[in-house]
Design a protein around this ligand. Sequence first.
Ligand SMILES: Nc1ncnc2c1ncn2[C@@H]1O[C@H](COP(=O)(O)OP(=O)(O)O)[C@@H](O)[C@H]1O
Ligand SMILES: [Mg+2]
Length: 388
Amino acid sequence: MRTQPPARQPNPYRPGFNQAPLVFAGRTEVLDAANEALEVAAFDGRTPRPLILVGPRGVGKTVTLGEISHAAAEQHSWPTVHVEAKRADLIGELTARLRAARELFEGNTPDTPKRARVTGAKVQASVLGIGGGVEVSRTADTSQDTLNDVLRSVMTAAMARNAGLLVTLDELQNASAAELHELGGVLQETVPENWPLVIAIAALPSLREKRGSQLPTYLERAEWHPLDSLPGPDAREALTGPAEQSGRPMDQEAADLLIAQTGGYPYAIQVAGHFAWRASHGNGRIAAEHAAAAGPRIAADLEQLFLSRWEDASNRERDYLAALAVAESTIAEPNGGQVADVMHEKTRSVSYLRDRLIKKGTIYRSGSGGLHFITPGMGAWVRLHTAD
Ligand SMILES: Nc1ncnc2c1ncn2[C@@H]1O[C@H](COP(=O)(O)OP(=O)(O)O)[C@@H](O)[C@H]1O
Ligand SMILES: [Mg+2]
């Protein structure tokens, strides 16, 4: 008699950007703030300040927006209008999606049955702009309504249904100064209306660079929430939770090894879990040997992230990256002057490299002026890569 191979269990990890994790760990401060904003808007009849999540790539800004969207649907039966800012036409996209939300509230979306009520369950399938929701057809727009007009009419329709609206704007660092001002101006005008409207934004730290003349006051005065790697206990929960829930728990020793390799960086946690799960195929637990076996796979996957940034840099920009990598190994938060020192150059003569790399989203400047790689772990990789 032949033994059957063990049934294939689906991998419970979600390596990759914009992939909601099976277990969403931590971020309680942001989620509490978002719940508070939703309650203020839903029950107190005041429009709260927008929330802005800023942080490096892969720390979980997009999935946190998704969690806020869940909270809006589950606790208030509010739908979400989600827009990712591309290189152009943020205002046009947002206007089109708001128009679709108005149709949803008015109950005459072509692909929504008339009787559909805006209830929690229904709303979940109606996260506008995130796949599976109501289709938005830009070409079908014939009206010339401005963002202002559409926002007013969608909120009127929402309130007629005793509902409200969450608007999530992702990758806002891609918006131009003109778009940010137009957006800020329109949203600013809504504040005295006391609409049940909550705005949650996510962006790379370069959005902070625009503070001052480029960023409208409305956004300056927002509630800024910096996101970074997950602290120890949250990182552990994110790593071990999915395995546990899927009936193949992870040994502590395995978790220790993997946590050390990821540094608590959420993107890396999902990658690490994914390969450790694979390496433990056919076993009842994920043990240290599986974590060790997965190590090179995990490293190779993360290396792709660094490599794509590196290949995107010119030779001079690479010199700057190499100098930053050296500087950050001895100084916690090297500034432009300290990086220039490593290059034996004057700060002024290499600042254009710094500016270009910030613009490309390879490095960023923190609030205190220190320079960092946007992808955690890249400094160590650059040092290794440029050692000779
Ligand atoms: N709080 C968290 N708990 C578990 N996994 C997370 C968490 N935040 C992010 N992740 C995972 O990290 C990866 C990157 O998330 P994403 O939202 O795309 O990052 P960002 O938008 O900041 O670039 C995804 O695989 C996601 O599942
Ligand atoms: Mg994102």
